[in-house]
Design a binder for this molecule. Structure first.
Ligand code: SAM
Length: 231
């Protein structure tokens, strides 16, 4: 299957194993991942955030229930919300989720914005788990004719060591542990040398839930709610 589907399938497999109830997809773009996740009805709240409000407006209709959805009365209630907003800004409605996903997003951020992203996601939203995927630049020589980055909007593409270094720093600073994975395999004789096409970090919070959010922080609403649907 194409790479973007493999990345989304990685998240779906995680959801099947870990059964998070509140999930937010940052940089949700075309809402493709949200559309897949809405079939996993252990999820009670499914949220998408993107800076591109026009894209969300265009794609939101695919999130509405179809009549077959109402024939599954055994399932929990599902609520879907879409926000226009930037991951560099805090919004208290996104605190305390079970899972935050960030699929092919961070490489679109400047170094300063990436710093904010880490603060906002790991230091403020404080979810139980975070899945971050980003290109692995060591794989790039396998793309014929590719010079520079895979996409003109990318601000960086990291080697495995660079990704590890960022991830370890985040873990130390905010109290998480990380496991590394990836999707998109090189031919078997090169796998070790170049790694996966997309590298993925799966972060888990070290401390339990009950010492969360006792910082008395005030509510902040910096995102714009564009769409809300209750199943
Ligand atoms: N996650 C989707 C996927 O897996 O197909 C889309 C990935 S697309 C390469 C990157 C997305 O991130 C775009 O939809 C873009 O609008 C969004 N984006 C870029 N900067 C952002 C920011 N600061 N906050 C939120 N979304 C952002």
């Amino acid at each position: 299957p194409p790479l973007h589907r493999q990345r989304h399938q990685f998240v779906v497999d995680f959801v099947k194993r870990n059964k998070p109830q509140k999930v937010v997809d940052l940089g949700c773009g075309e809402c493709t991942l949200l559309k897949k996740l809405k079939f996993h009805r252990e999820i009670e709240l499914l949220v998408g955030v993107d800076t591109n409000g026009a894209k969300l407006q265009k794609k939101k209709n695919g999130l509405a229930p179809v009549s077959a959805d109402y024939l599954q009365p055994a399932f929990n209630q599902l609520r879907i919300e879409l926000y226009q907003g930037s991951v560099t800004q805090k919004d208290s409605r996104l605190r305390g989720f079970d899972l935050v996903t960030s699929i092919e997003l961070i490489e679109h951020l400047t170094v300063a914005d990436l710093e904010c992203f880490s603060e906002v996601v790991f230091g403020y939203m404080i979810p139980l788990a975070v899945i971050v995927s980003t290109p692995n630049s060591e794989f790039n020589p396998l793309f014929p004719g590719l010079e520079g980055f895979r996409h003109t909007d990318h601000k960086f593409e990291w080697t495995r060591a660079e990704f590890r270094s960022w991830a370890s720093k985040v873990c130390l600073e905010f109290g998480y542990e990380v496991e590394f994975a990836g999707v998109g395999q090189a031919p078997s004789d090169q796998q070790e040398q170049v790694g996966f096409c997309s590298q993925i970090g799966v972060f888990h919070r070290l401390r339990g839930r009950n010492d969360m959010f006792c910082d008395g922080a005030e509510d902040v609403f910096s995102y714009t709610l564009l769409y809300i649907i209750n199943y």
